[in-house]
Design a protein around this ligand. Structure first.
Ligand SMILES: NC(=O)c1ccc[n+]([C@@H]2O[C@H](COP(=O)([O-])OP(=O)(O)OC[C@H]3O[C@@H](n4cnc5c(N)ncnc54)[C@H](OP(=O)(O)O)[C@@H]3O)[C@@H](O)[C@H]2O)c1
Length: 337
């Protein structure tokens, strides 16, 4: 360990999330003294910029990763399953953005402001939740604490960049009137809506829908929470929107909810529908916070609330949340600086 900071392994450094991590890292106080950027063999020799200099991208097979104290991974679940156990065994604390370890009860699944305290000193693997779950959990946690959450009905409106660089490229190519050869989507996305993300399970729900169920329950520590999800890929480059209907144990008032949410660090309430004031993806892209608007209650349904949530899937939905976990490890002195 270098006295001035950690040596950080960044796996997936050339991808959408990896590049956003580099930007977010520069904006935080995480003391990074050395960076080891990793990507596929196709990217070997490319460079990424961080802290005013260029760093050459390497492959895991060839790199000097043993010098690292921590690793941020955003290279998919296959790489994570193969490499995380090896890195963790070598004493490197791994924060993984893929779904590889999110279902493992022995591995913390963390949104720092909600359940960061579950991380223990000797945890070597920490899972970063799915992007649509992170923004939902950030908003549900304070509401649950105050009013007791019973049921969540959530419809997502997920951007093209949620499917990585290929997804982002597909939308641009289709918008320019071309067919995208490498589109990760099962249909044209431009001018369209696709009510499916991931593969469909035997129960008729798509993978992304079941992630919302399982991960929300885990993060909020509510194993029996009723969650009814529907996911839709929309032709928007950045940010996921979510229309959410909530049921609580106690009565709740929209004004109280508005006040409570506005007082939370990391949440911004934009809610004046008469003036067309509510969060939209264009305004929220590139921002760190989770934005909430359209806070309302159906007359007579005093234990319910309807809300609209938007966040940048690459920021709070991925890179920022992972870097906040890393920051917590540093602050708690779990990484020996
Ligand atoms: N996009 C989102 O909103 C989002 C949100 C939450 C979680 N995630 C998760 O984050 C991960 C990355 O997503 P992304 O959107 O950044 O995807 P992406 O843009 O496709 O980037 C993938 C990255 O993985 C690298 N990679 C591929 N094969 C590799 C290998 N064999 N060894 C090392 N690196 C390899 C790629 O390198 P090359 O450039 O060389 O191909 C690239 O740097 C995925 O697990 C995804 O599920 C994404």
């Amino acid at each position: 360990m270098n006295k001035s900071g950690i040596t950080l392994l960044l796996i997936g450094a050339t991808g959408l999330v990896g590049r956003t991590m580099l930007i977010v890292l520069e904006e935080t106080d995480v003391p990074v003294a050395g960076l080891i950027p990793i990507a596929s063999a196709d990217s070997r020799g490319k460079t990424v910029d961080y802290a005013g200099r260029s760093w050459t991208v390497d492959s895991l097979e060839d790199s000097t990763w043993k010098d690292a104290q921590a690793a941020l991974l955003s290279a998919g679940s296959g790489i994570a399953r193969r490499w995380v156990p090896i890195l963790a065994e070598a004493g490197i604390t791994c924060i993984d953005n893929s779904s590889a370890f999110r279902g493992n009860e022995n591995i913390p699944l963390v949104v720092p402001e909600v359940n960061g305290s579950i991380i223990k000193h000797d945890d070597r693997i920490i899972a970063n939740p799915n992007c649509s779950t992170i923004q939902l959990a950030v908003v549900l946690a304070p509401l649950h604490e105050a009013f007791g959450l019973e049921e969540v009905i959530v419809s997502t409106y997920q951007s093209a960049s949620g499917a990585g660089q290929k997804g982002r490229n597909a939308l641009s190519e289709e918008a320019a009137g071309n067919q995208s050869e490498q589109s990760p989507f099962p249909h044209q996305l431009y001018d369209n809506l696709i009510p499916a993300i991931g593969s469909c399970g035997d129960n008729g729900f798509f993978q992304e829908e079941m992630k919302l169920v399982h991960e929300t329950r885990r993060i909020l520590n509510l194993p029996d929470l009723k969650v009814f999800p529907a996911v839709v890929r929309v032709p928007v480059p950045y940010c996921h929107g979510e229309a959410v209907h909530l049921k609580f144990k106690s009565e709740i008032e929209p004004d109280l909810a508005r006040e409570l949410l506005a007082s939370q660090k990391g949440i911004i309430v934009l809610d004046d529908p008469d003036d067309n004031f509510y969060p939209t993806p264009i305004e929220c892209a590139g921002k760190d916070e989770v934005f909430v608007g359209r806070i309302r209650q159906m007359p007579g349904e005093k234990q319910s609330l309807d809300i609209w949530i938007v966040a940048d899937n690459l920021r709070k939905g991925a890179a920022l949340n992972a870097v906040q976990i890393l920051q917590r490890l540093v602050d708690e002195e779990y990484l020996e600086l």
